[in-house]
Write a protein that binds this ligand. Sequence first.
Ligand SMILES: *Cc1c(COP(=O)(O)O)cnc(C)c1O
Length: 394
Amino acid sequence: MSQTYTEQVFGTREIVPLKKLEDGLYLEALSNGPTLAFKDMAMQLLGALFEYELGRRRQTLNILGATSGDTGSAAEYAMRGKKGVNVFMLSPYGRMSPFQQAQMFSLQDANIHNIAIEGVFDDCQDIVKAVSNDLEFKRRWKIGTVNSINWARLLAQVVYYFAGYFQATKTNDERVSFSVPSGNFGNICAGHVARMMGLPIQRLVLATNENNVLDEFFRTGTYRVRGGAETYETSSPSMDISKASNFERFVFDLLGRDAARTKALFADEIAKKGSFTLTPAEFARVAEYGFVSGSSTHAHRPATIRDTAQRCGTVIDTHTADGVKVAREYRDAGVPMIVLETALPAKFSATIVEALGREPGRPAALQGIEQLPKRFKVMPVDVQAVKDFIAQNA
Ligand SMILES: *Cc1c(COP(=O)(O)O)cnc(C)c1O
């Protein structure tokens, strides 16, 4: 822990400093790691844990993943140069922002392999699944993943809820609320765990964008999964998710840890009709757990960014803007509301330009990264080609 969470890597001695936006409304800075998104908070620890444990066991691990942006770059920056670990990261060729591409493809470390697939993100995901389902190949080449259901990632995220609470309160009688821009339900699931551990959280505010499957659930008790064609491309793209992979974990708790009932909902009901609805008694627990939700659209994002810049003097990114917008709908007098800052504006400059008429600032270390030499391999949508590449480079 003490080697991972350093001022050198995260920019401040506090690691996750709280910034005041206005009275009672705060931003918790989680995005000052190497890739400017909160995923560094957990992934940096994972990198250190892997290197330590693999060294102890004298083993190696080949991490295989698919990314449309933030997760892949966070994983690569966490694993670069680590002994015993290789990363094979698939991304849709030409579909990430120039900044995201530059961030990943400019890495020259021998253990980092960028594979640009001539397809869309789902094609990348399907290849990863196909390779992982080949158990013999998986065992032979020691394939692992670092996706968002990884429990170590969740654990690392629990810690910053405590850090936010300690910074926002002075006495043991106070409570706090958190607003969390959400996609795969990983970040806010850590908040739920923190609350179960006893952290006095008043509300966990779940914010979605146009992909509002979770907002619908928290308003109605009905969870209706969307198909890939129903996933909208938005200006907060890291939240463009129609099937949240950590959600089952939360529902298990909500159902009193009844595994049979959880399975009946997720396996049977969803397979049969693509949705499930909680009973009124089950749904009542959502409120007991402090969960509320809201969503926003592109129309809100530039307005929220402009308003926050003008009134609070802080430029926020598009995902954080979704969090701020929904947080404002759930303020309670006397309870600090902490919005988790999930990325820096430099990562999503187009909407910042739309909102403010100027480019967002960029940390000095990332000036001009688009001009750096790139290292990546272009491949067709072909499982065997990816397997061959892994076998040659593992
Ligand atoms: C990953 C991500 C999210 C969504 O977080 P989940 O843990 O998937 O809910 C939100 N904002 C940004 C910038 C992200 O990278």
